[in-house]
Design a protein around this ligand. Structure first.
Ligand SMILES: Cc1ncc(COP(=O)(O)O)c(C=O)c1O
Length: 382
């Protein structure tokens, strides 16, 4: 697809990804894309801007319907309108859920390495962080369920913040794995927040299962966080939603949202989400083909030209987890070598937790040309 052959020039646009690194550095870090979004989204936002009035807005019935249809058609998740709660971001929703479902001092479990705001939010909210380390088996991350059960029980865990599909490892969890997690949460009365922001990026024939589709009674203790922003490269419009079918959990969530005055969302975000879900299916198929191509390129290139680097081939997401530990560099030295010598900026693995030491995360939602350029620079230095 033509849309995905060239990266958009983003320097000088206040882009976090591009404008926070020096001119000669190639940035393949923070998870947004160097592609234009769905044309209908751009047209809709242009129309909104032309109107010249940007007052407070209601969540339109079309917006609710767009979310309901997307979840039903793409993910076989049947939703009632009432279960959807809009909020400005998935990360803010993690804070709200944490405050709604736990007290200071309560134990909150995450699987590490994982998206850094998980641990940060737990710690800054004075909850007790319990890290369940993922194990690398057969070239992908797996959960050690014996250890997980022991931790849920012994640490009296109150909340499990789960990443599905998983960032940075790109695991698309199987229905069996999700079922095991669900039954352990039921056994030990643990609530679960499933961050499914990467749900639309199940690749290579893998299938994403929303946590709430695994068993009907999982809605008694779990919620899903989702958004169109990662999928359609509209993160700057700030729009996301929590899916909370259980009334008691939903009231608790909404009360904290109100307490923090976080219950209103941007009109631009609402329009972008609605139009992306209504018009984005074909666009997304083209994007996923490009991401798969870039992933194959990185795995083949590293095997051939960087044999000391172990690339974890993702089953989903547009991120790839690269193990540089064979070089024996400490994390600061590794990051410095990549940035100062190779002139490529990647996310430092250690920021995802101790298990990320010696690793870097590369974002592949860019042109194949730029991925090749990054690989060439890396191979010259490493
Ligand atoms: C797992 C995960 N959750 C949440 C986010 C960001 O969510 P938001 O921008 O809606 O706060 C990201 C962004 O990369 C992510 O990878």
């Amino acid at each position: 697809m033509k849309n995905f052959e060239k990266a958009v020039a983003r320097r000088g646009t206040n882009s976090l990804k591009w404008d926070s690194v020096a001119q000669d550095v190639l940035p393949l870090w923070v998870a947004d894309m160097d592609f234009q979004t769905v044309p209908e989204v751009t047209a809709g936002l242009t129309e909104l801007a032309k109107g010249g009035v940007f007052g407070y807005t209601l969540n339109s019935s079309q917006l609710f319907q767009a979310v309901i249809d997307w979840q039903a058609n793409q993910h076989q998740l049947k939703l009632e309108k009432d279960s959807i709660v809009f909020i400005e971001g998935v990360v803010p929703a993690i804070s709200v859920a944490l405050q709604a479902f736990t007290e200071p001092g309560d134990a909150v479990l995450i699987n590490t390495p994982v998206y850094p705001p998980f641990a940060r939010t737990v710690k800054l909210n004075q909850r007790r962080l319990i890290e369940n380390d993922l194990e690398e088996i057969n070239g992908h991350f797996e959960i050690n369920f014996t250890k997980l059960e022991a931790q849920l029980k012994d640490e009296a865990v109150k909340l499990y913040v789960f990443c599905s599909p998983h960032n940075p490892g790109g695991r698309v969890w199987t229905a069996e794995e999700l079922e095991k997690i669900g039954s352990l949460c039921q056994k030990y009365q643990v609530k679960l927040v499933s961050d499914e922001i990467h749900q639309d990026f199940a690749l290579f024939g893998n299938q994403h299962h929303p946590f709430l589709t695994i068993k009907p009674d999982y809605q008694d203790f779990s919620i899903i966080l989702g958004s169109a922003t990662k999928t359609f490269n509209i993160a700057g419009t700030k729009n996301a939603y929590a899916i909370i079918p259980n009334q008691d959990l939903r009231e608790k969530f909404k009360n904290v949202q109100l307490k923090n005055n976080q219950h209103e969302v941007s009109s631009f975000g609402q329009v972008a989400t609605e139009l992306a879900y209504q018009n984005g299916e074909t666009w997304l198929a083209g994007l996923k083909a490009k991401i798969e191509e870039n992933i194959e390129l990185v795995t083949a290139f590293t095997e051939e030209n960087l044999p000391k680097v172990k690339a974890m081939k993702p089953e989903g997401t547009y991120l790839i987890w690269l193990d540089f530990s064979a070089y024996g560099l400490d994390d600061k030295a590794l990051e410095k070598k990549m940035l100062r010598e190779a002139k490529v900026y990647l996310n430092s693995g250690i920021s995802f937790g101790q298990g990320g030491s010696g690793h870097l995360r590369m974002n592949l939602a860019t042109s194949t040309e730029l991925v090749k350029e990054a690989l060439t620079r890396i191979a010259k230095v490493f």
